[in-house]
Design a protein around this ligand. Structure first.
Ligand code: NAP
Length: 324
């Protein structure tokens, strides 16, 4: 089968065509024919060797898949060949830049009815991260005030919609080109992160009270300064490990005096979270924001990695792995 991956860590130009054997399912596993694969920043982080896990080469990234079940292994009764599914593959095994993918059935869910494969592939990793951050970790409830940093990005664009669906008041940060876009997703205030001081803007918008939850999709200084906008008992959820080690710990004192909960989120792959998202997608409460469809070609994927690596973008890039 055709796959695209790297034979060593490095620049986007390391991405190349690979010819790999079609996987076969073991107990509890399924083989999925991949129709579409969503891209995420973790793709370039893995390609560059920034993720400190035990990757083997050739390494095939791609952590969002929508496809059709091709074969099921012994003991799998949740799926049958022909089922349409979506999921985020685990990081270490070969990922979604390939015609077929092998997955444990427990991390796979039925694709939301009514979504195309391209749309469904835009959801699993970012959507599960947003869901687990807002609800499983921060426990966001109706009436809470939630601040989403990076509201236009893959995680942020779903998090703004999910928090608004849950009845929270949503504040967000974004770049100048994305302010209206994030308002349209459901934020009542969008702060331009390059031109405005979000601490001042958020404290003014909340009459000095602060927010009940910060969902941090940016990290670094943005995470540290977020401790200045917390209401009593707030939760801070950060998902960006880079630069954590350089942050001065005394910044945490503000969280201490607010009795805040600080969560480090590494998204967990569970069918239940995908099923929750599917219900909302099918009813139109949230929608995937697909920015561009990328051809299944090593040079096009390298270009897409360069875009991801800028850290600025809106919505999702999705690779059309096969033509429906
Ligand atoms: N731990 C986990 O399990 C997990 C899961 C998913 C994602 N992540 C990480 O979370 C981060 C975000 O992921 P993503 O998929 O949402 O990335 P993305 O699609 O690239 O979006 C990042 C967004 O951040 C915005 N941004 C950049 N600098 C900013 C700043 N100083 N203040 C506010 N917004 C800023 C950009 O918007 P503008 O263009 O408007 O500036 C962009 O829309 C990545 O580092 C990713 O690796 C971790």
């Amino acid at each position: 089968m055709k796959a695209i991956g790297v034979r060593r860590f490095g620049e986007p130009g390391e991405l190349q065509d690979l010819e790999l054997g079609k996987p076969e399912p073991g107990p509890g596993q399924i083989v999925v024919k991949v129709w579409a694969c969503g891209l995420n920043p973790v793709d370039y982080k893995v390609r560059k060797g920034m993720v400190p896990l035990g990757f083997a080469f050739p390494l095939v990234p791609g952590y969002d898949i929508s496809g059709t079940v091709e074969e099921v292994g012994p003991g799998v009764d949740a799926f049958a060949p022909g089922d349409e599914v979506y999921y985020s593959p685990e990081l270490l095994p070969p990922g979604g830049y390939a015609e077929y993918n092998l997955a444990d059935a427990g991390i796979v869910a039925l694709k939301p009815v009514g979504l195309t494969h391209l749309e469904a592939a835009a959801v699993p990793l970012a959507g599960c991260t947003a869901w687990q951050g807002l609800f499983d970790r921060a426990g966001v409830e109706p009436g809470d005030v939630v601040l989403v940093h990076g509201g236009a990005g893959g995680v942020g664009s779903l998090a703004v919609q999910l928090a608004a669906w849950a009845g929270a008041e949503v504040l967000a940060t974004a770049g100048a080109d994305n302010l209206e876009y994030v308002e349209d997703l459901g934020a009542s205030l969008v702060v331009d992160h390059a031109e405005e001081d979000f601490v001042e803007a958020v404290l003014e918008a909340t009459q000095g009270r602060g927010v009940d939850c910060v969902l941090d999709c940016v990290g670094g200084e943005t995470l540290l300064r977020s401790f200045q906008v917390l209401a009593d008992g707030a939760s801070v959820v950060t998902m960006v490990p880079e630069n954590l080690g350089t942050l001065p710990l005394e910044g945490l004192a503000q969280a201490y005096f607010k009795n805040a909960d600080v969560h480090f989120l590494f998204m967990q792959r569970r069918r239940e979270t995908l099923d929750n998202l599917a219900r909302l997608l099918e009813r139109g409460y949230i929608e995937p924001r697909l920015e561009e469809v990328i051809a299944f070609d090593a040079a096009r994927l390298a270009e897409a990695h360069r875009r991801l690596e800028t850290g600025h973008g809106r919505g999702k890039l999705v690779v059309r792995v096969a033509d429906a």
